[in-house]
Write a protein of this length. Structure first.
Length: 758
């Protein structure tokens, strides 16, 4: 818990004002109980009227002389519910993930719009149609054509949208005002909340649930009614009807007068998915995503607060939509790494959703075809309820998967990136006019340039990474944007054999055109999807049959259904196994299963070819068998043995500094302090008994795997413990220590159970 004699308090609870704090003294009686995030009443302003505020920081640092500061009056219990919950959640995030209270508050509180609410004006007829008709004749005689156009329209419809009249009918507002003065019509306005997605479609009722689906929906809702609030996980292959279950659950909540949050990875938030929700919930659903303007986002918060919607769909930020009576949080594709925030506070939406659900008494439902180790582990231990959906409801069978050993290919003289098996099957698809997807599980374009004579690798002068080879003989740094022309000779030995290592999606496209002349190819990777729209456009073009082949990175394996795709090729399945972190096996398995799930979604059977240099790796074997349980067993035993999450917890402490020596020295002091703390706790426990819990382990400091970015040096310390609170304890101590240092250019960040290694 934070310590100190002073509390910084915010009075005005809004995103814009969280930096504006007022300092108060903490009275003796509250010293040991006051916590950050609590609501208090304080004497405010000249008259010392009592106002409510929230504690955002407890500190030893006085901002004014002690005698000029007032005391907190008391802890209040009657706080404004919605804000209080947001602030409690922010305090929880701060404690669990390490960040300032201000950064946490900025995460949970909406940004206020700077513009006024959009007004929707309408024109209302005040006379009978007959009376208007006589006026129309008069206007025509007087050649008042604009007036005549409105009148003619008003005969047909008693209410017209203002914008339609001024726009399509080209009637000036002056003309309308004069008609209003004459008492023909009135111009009325109602402020309305912008609804970012307009889908014009008839409402549709749900499908009749299969017995499997029905049982799950029934059980979750009856548990909810009985006050049984254990989170649950629905494990079901793609197409097994999970979304239909979510829809039925959300409907059940709406019938109980409660609202739901539907979390979905941003990339899977396709038009098809949205349409399903709109057909079911009409105006009572809204969407949140990164393409919305601040104003539109704010409108969604307002609509939610007023109870105008039953469900919001969106990525992790949708968690912070302030519903008056939240009943359920659904999290689809819960294994997706985009659920973890990449900025402070580095929260995970799954854990945060669980805390929010606990605070609000809401149900939490997770779903995935390839559950995260975290979720499945909790389900195995009985912390989560587990449900499975086993059948594809649209009849399509799972694809037939074969694994090709690329080493054997090379031995038999095939130097192409396409195995003979894959080439043969693609040939067949071209003849049958069916489609193929080729998938490279590597992020973006990653062709580094090296000298074939001396091995020199072209690196960014500002970052510790190799430069990537782009079109037009340019070398580009993907971390800082540094760009330079490719030199003609090796800077180290002047050899002319400075060549790009070809493995990107661009090269695959080139090779395809060479091998299959006349083939039409669409490519999707970071370079071709600069804007959000282009992603959707490429997928739509492919699904309407505009190309034979779609080549891409992991982006192509998510979302969309392509009924005409009957072949999926994974070009180098083990590329993602070479990532240096403990999640690489899990990531590889998930990607391969998802990729395989893309083949044969329609009524034609599908085939999948997985090309790899490591056909013996269990992630690849189990993915080919599409056997999640077997994969889980092997993966969890490795995590248990090595003490990795979810078997234990891990905290990464990232120290950065523009000065290498100072950064390294700070990292060393932090690691030393953490070790000392661990030894002290161990000693206090009586240390070394046979039943003592797995102790704390501190690894490092070490140079991060990317040791420098943008001329800033990076060092990392890993702390592992079975006890999460031991790690947050160390984090608190480190923060206290940092508070005693004079602020410099060094910065320290925490990342709990990181998704990637540093
Ligand atoms: P998932 O979310 O697991 O991928 P969906 O809910 O999208 O599965 O269902 C896959 C397909 O099966 C969809 O086209 C959906 O309309 C259909 N479907 C789902 N449930 C039923 C049902 N009970 N009866 C008929 N069709 C269903
Ligand atoms: Zn060289
Ligand atoms: Zn760089």
């Amino acid at each position: 818990m934070a310590q100190g004699r002073y509390a910084n308090i915010i009075i005005d609870i809004s995103h814009e004002k969280v930096d504006k704090t007022f300092q108060y003294k903490i009275p003796e009686k509250l010293q040991s109980i006051l916590e950050e995030g609590m609501c208090v009443s304080v004497p405010f302003g000249k008259g010392n009227h009592l106002r409510q505020g929230y504690v955002v920081e407890i500190t030893e640092k006085a901002e004014f002389p002690d005698d000029r500061q007032k005391y907190i009056e008391e802890i209040s219990t009657d706080s404004v519910a919605v804000e209080a919950d947001a602030i409690r959640l922010a305090a929880w995030m701060k404690r669990n993930y390490g960040s300032t209270m201000i950064a946490a508050l900025k995460t949970v509180l909406p940004v206020k719009r700077s513009m006024k609410p959009k007004e929707k004006k309408k024109i209302v007829r005040l006379m009978t149609a007959e009376e208007v008709r006589s006026l129309l004749g008069e206007s025509e005689r007087k050649h008042q054509f604009a007036k005549a156009r409105v009148l003619a329209q008003l005969i047909r419809e008693p209410v017209l949208p203002y914008s339609l009249v001024t726009g399509k009918l080209n009637v000036s507002s002056a003309a309308l005002c004069s008609l209003q003065r004459e008492g023909v019509l009135s111009i009325e306005s109602e402020s309305y909340y912008r609804n970012p997605v307009k889908v014009e479609s008839a409402r549709e009722n749900g499908k009749i649930l299969s017995p499997e689906q029905e049982r799950i929906s029934e059980k979750i809702l009856s548990d909810f009614d009985a006050g049984e609030k254990k989170p649950c996980l629905i494990h079901g292959i793609t197409g097994s009807g999970k979304t239909e279950v979510y829809l039925s659950l959300i409907e059940g909540m709406a019938a109980r007068g409660k609202q739901s949050i539907m979390l979905i990875p941003e990339i899977a938030l396709t038009y098809q998915t949205l349409l399903r929700f709109y057909k079911r919930f009409g105006d009572r659903v809204s969407v949140m995503n990164s393409t919305l303007s601040a104003g539109e986002k704010y409108d969604q918060y307002e609509r939610a607060k007023k109870g105008e919607i039953d469900v919001i769909i969106g990525p992790r930020s949708a968690l912070f939509v302030p519903f008056p009576d939240l009943g359920m949080i659904v999290m689809d594709e819960e294994h997706e790494s985009s659920y973890k925030s990449e900025t402070m506070p580095r929260f995970h939406a799954r854990e945060t959703a669980q805390e929010l659900a606990r605070m609000k008494g809401a149900a939490l439902v997770l779903g995935s075809a390839t559950p995260s180790l975290e979720a499945y582990y909790r389900a195995q231990k009985g912390e989560y309820g587990l449900f499975t959906l086993t059948r594809r409801l649209t009849g399509g069978r799972l694809a037939e998967v074969s694994v090709v050993d690329l080493r054997q290919e090379l031995k038999s003289g095939n130097r192409s990136i396409f195995s003979r098996k894959l080439q043969g099957l693609m040939e067949e698809r071209l003849q049958k006019k069916e489609q193929t997807m080729l998938f490279l599980n590597r992020r973006g374009y990653a062709g580094f340039v090296s000298c074939r004579s001396c091995g020199y690798v072209m690196k960014c002068p500002h970052c510790d990474v190799s430069l990537s080879h782009h079109m037009g003989e340019r070398l580009v740094c993907h971390y800082c944007g540094y760009e330079t022309a490719k030199p003609a000779k090796c800077p180290s030995c002047t050899s002319p054999y400075l060549l790009g290592f070809k493995a990107g999606t661009q090269q695959i496209e080139e090779q395809l055109r060479k091998r299959f002349p006349g083939i039409s190819v669409l490519r999707m990777d970071k370079d071709t999807t600069g804007t959000k729209d282009s992603y959707e456009k490429i997928l739509t073009a492919f699904s309407s049959g505009e190309a034979d082949v779609l080549v891409g990175t992991q982006m192509i394996v998510k979302g969309h259904d392509f009924p005409n795709v009957t072949l999926v090729g994974v070009l180098a399945a083990d590329l993602s196994l070479n990532d240096s972190d403990y999640r690489s096996g899990e990531r590889t398995f998930q990607l391969l299963v998802q990729a395989a799930g893309r083949a044969g979604r329609g009524d034609k059977p599908g085939e999948v070819v997985i090309q790899t240099y490591r056909p013996e790796h269990y992630s690849i074997i189990r993915a080919a068998e599409q056997d999640y349980q077997a994969f889980y067993k092997e993966e969890i035993s490795y995590r248990e043995l090595a003490g990795y999450p979810p078997a234990a917890h891990m905290m990464a402490v990232l120290v950065t500094s523009p000065d290498e020596k100072r950064g390294e020295s700070l990292a060393e002091r932090i690691a030393k302090a953490a070790r000392a703390l661990g030894e002290k706790e161990q000693a206090a426990k009586g240390g070394g008994t046979a039943c003592a819990p797995a102790g704390l382990r501190i690894i490092g400091p070490a140079r991060a795997s990317i040791g420098k970015i943008n001329d800033v040096y990076r060092f990392v310390i890993y702390c592992k413990s079975a006890d999460y609170r031991q790690l947050t304890g160390i984090k608190d101590k480190i923060e206290q220590y940092l508070g005693t240092l004079t602020p410099g250019e060094e910065s320290v960040q925490f990342d709990f159970n990181p998704m990637d290694s540093y």
